[in-house]
Write a protein that binds this ligand. Structure first.
Ligand SMILES: [Zn+2]
Ligand SMILES: [Zn+2]
Length: 373
């Protein structure tokens, strides 16, 4: 069943044209592959959103959709939007006129720099405490020699003849939405409206250069695998005085051989030999604060869970810790020596119903549920 168009865009059924456009723009930013390179479904999701936008932004189609849904549109032979486009950038071009983040139209006004996505990997221990991680990445920054104006210092800058200083050319394109007139950045001056007679020797007249940046990023305690941190203003530099884009740090939390993370709880499984479980013992349990001795009472059954309260992961922004659940895995001895066989046979023959009764009368099923929680 196809997802509801309103749902896809996350708007109310009565949303007006502006709210719909705004919602779609927001989604487009979020799903852009530069930002979202860890999500292979981003393009698919974006196409679905574009389709929903195509329908809801057209009063006729929207009315038909409200009455008869996707089936109604299909019966009327409306082509699906996604099919008319070759790629992501085509879709962005159609909607936003070339620059997905610049707000449409490459006029000579200030332009915000693009966003950058980087990925870092941290250990579970680091995720449990707030950590500071160094990231290094390439970004585009205004050229220091020409201050971004593209001309060799001291040489004249002239008005562009091709666009007459407007920085834009009008172009008519055919898209799946019909004919679209859009402003395109001038190909001679690149939207500047001005041309340097002698290009800057440092940046070859681009006004920008690539710089390597290193940054220490604070990662809040309790972060989960795949969560992103936005560092405002640390993306690509803006043009013509525009603000810089943002840096998105996507955090991977490495799998830990000892702990299974379940929300803010940690789960460990510890083996206990069956005779030791019957007699009662102590086991060594790994925790985030090092190893710890945990009491195993006499008669402990397989799958018993001991809770170390407050020893799990913190919750972002709340600091409250989850618990650590220690699952006691009672192991029946194997590869017995003759002497061990003898002892066990003797034990077997001495076992009575009294030994098998459950003191706390907890059913196996509820124990399994607890262990697998
Ligand atoms: Zn320069
Ligand atoms: Zn021009």
């Amino acid at each position: 069943m196809r997802q509801d168009a309103y749902e896809l865009l996350g708007v109310q059924r009565g949303a007006d044209e502006r709210a719909i456009k705004k919602a779609f723009r927001g989604l487009a930013r979020e799903l852009h592959p530069d930002v979202n390179n860890h999500d292979p479904k981003a393009e698919e999701k974006f196409k679905a959103a574009a389709e929903a936008y195509e329908v809801l932004s057209d009063p006729d189609r929207r009315a038909l959709y409200d009455r008869a849904g996707w089936d109604g549109l299909d019966q009327r032979g409306y082509a699906q939007a996604g099919h008319g486009f070759g790629s992501f950038s085509d879709i962005f071009e159609a909607f936003f006129g070339g620059d997905p983040f610049g707000g449409g139209g490459g006029g000579p006004g200030p332009l915000q720099g693009g966003d950058i996505a980087v990925e870092v990997e941290i250990s579970l221990e680091q995720a449990a405490r707030s950590a500071s991680v160094d990231v290094a990445y390439e970004s585009v920054a205004p050229c220091e020699r020409c201050h971004g104006n593209r001309a060799e210092p001291g040489t004249p800058i002239e008005t562009c003849e091709r666009c007459d200083g407007a920085g834009q050319l009008r172009a008519v394109t055919r898209t799946a939405f019909g004919q679209m007139v859009r402003a395109q950045a001038c190909d001679v001056c690149g939207g500047e409206g001005k041309v340097a007679t002698t290009p800057c020797s440092e940046c070859a007249g681009r006004g920008l250069r690539a710089v390597r940046r290193e940054l220490s990023v604070d990662i809040p305690a309790g972060i989960a695998d795949g969560q992103r941190i936005r560092v405002t203003g640390r993306g690509h530099g803006g043009e013509r005085g525009g603000p810089a884009g943002d840096l998105f740090v996507s955090v991977r939390v490495a799998e830990d051989q000892r702990f299974l993370r379940d929300g803010s709880d940690l789960v460990v499984v510890v083996d206990v030999a069956a005779p030791a479980a019957a007699l009662g013992t102590k086991v060594t349990v790994p925790t985030l604060d090092g190893e710890e001795k945990v009491e195993v009472p006499a008669g402990t059954q397989p799958g018993t869970v001991v809770t170390l309260s407050g020893r799990g992961m913190p919750t972002i922004g709340r600091g409250r810790s989850g618990d650590q659940q220690v699952v006691l895995n009672v192991v029946v001895p194997r590869n017995l020596t003759p002497r061990q066989r003898e002892l066990l046979a003797e034990l077997r023959d001495s076992v009575t119903d009294e030994n098998m009764s459950e003191a706390a009368s907890e059913s196996l099923l509820s124990k399994v549920r607890r262990a697998l929680r």
